[in-house]
Design a protein around this ligand. Structure first.
Ligand code: ADP
Ligand code: MG
Length: 253
């Protein structure tokens, strides 16, 4: 089993608040790993410590064997650790095709530079790749439509397409179904289970137990900044510590 991401002994405090306490976590290449835990447990803080948005007080974060602490967020993204945000981060005024071209071009050039004298959106090869990525999510028929005019479900598909076109080695999803109705939630589960998304190594932060148990190969439970259990869905379901700290609350959020 190859570890793609290794988190060792990570602590993070905000003033007097100990948000992460000695967090140890290994993500295996190819797995879908869910991180669950009550609100305020430290899930987003942990993710932010991995993608360069926060710097842990101590401990190490290693991605593909390389230290990620103190590395610029842009360089971490470039190394292949890509986060899909909680609220859709799309460009509503642009077409769906343009929306997927932006991260594709940013990835290719390192930085995204507008060239006022050239039409960067018209290069055949990258347009074809963008169209194929839209097709992966059933969006090819909407390629010329404004992203802002799409349904919530299609916006989420577009966001995943914008993540996928960056060819991530590890995709981090922070509550991909937050605020969704059951139908959209089930559609999102299907999207994450099919095609290229299925094979991709994923870390999913999620409140919805239906989503977690539908997708995860392994689950880690975070409670008050500490990982209290990591295991298969079956192991987590039956772990008394987990029941006490989280599942037993009756309210799964
Ligand atoms: P989760 O994502 O599991 O709901 P968070 O990681 O957002 O939890 O938050 C963990 C704890 O750290 C919470 O008590 C939260 O209020 C606190 N926290 C998170 N970010 C900050 C920050 N930038 N400054 C101060 N406190 C923060
Ligand atoms: Mg959070």
């Amino acid at each position: 089993m190859t570890n793609i991401l290794e988190i060792k002994g990570v602590n993070k405090t905000f003033g007097g608040l100990h948000a992460l306490r000695d967090v140890n976590l290994e993500i295996y290449e190819g797995e879908t790993h869910a991180i669950i835990g009550p609100n305020g447990a430290g899930k987003s803080t942990l993710l932010n410590c991995c993608i360069g948005k926060l710097i842990p007080d101590d401990g190490s974060v290693t991605f593909n064997g390389n230290n990620m602490i103190g590395v610029d967020a842009h360089d971490i993204n470039h190394a292949g650790m890509v986060r899909v945000f909680q609220t859709p981060e799309i460009f509503p005024e642009l077409s769906l095709l343009e929306n997927v071209l932006i991260p594709a071009l940013a990835k290719r050039d390192g930085t995204f530079k507008f060239n006022p004298f050239g039409d960067i959106f018209n290069e055949k090869e990258i347009r074809e790749e963008a169209m194929a990525t839209l097709a992966e999510f059933g969006l090819e028929g909407f390629s010329e439509d404004h992203a802002g005019s799409m349904s919530r479900g299609n916006k989420r598909r577009l966001e995943l397409a914008m993540g996928l076109i960056q060819k991530p080695k590890l995709l981090l999803l922070d509550e991909p179904t937050a605020g969704m109705a059951r139908l959209d939630t089930n559609n999102t589960i299907d999207l994450l289970k099919t095609g290229k998304m299925r094979e991709m190594t994923k870390v999913i932060i999620e409140h919805d137990m239906h989503v977690v148990f539908s997708l995860a190969d392994r689950i880690s439970v975070l409670a008050r900044g500490h990982i209290i259990a990591t295991g298969s869905p079956e192991e987590i379901k039956n772990d008394p510590k987990v029941k006490e700290a989280y599942l037993g609350e009756g309210d799964h959020e």
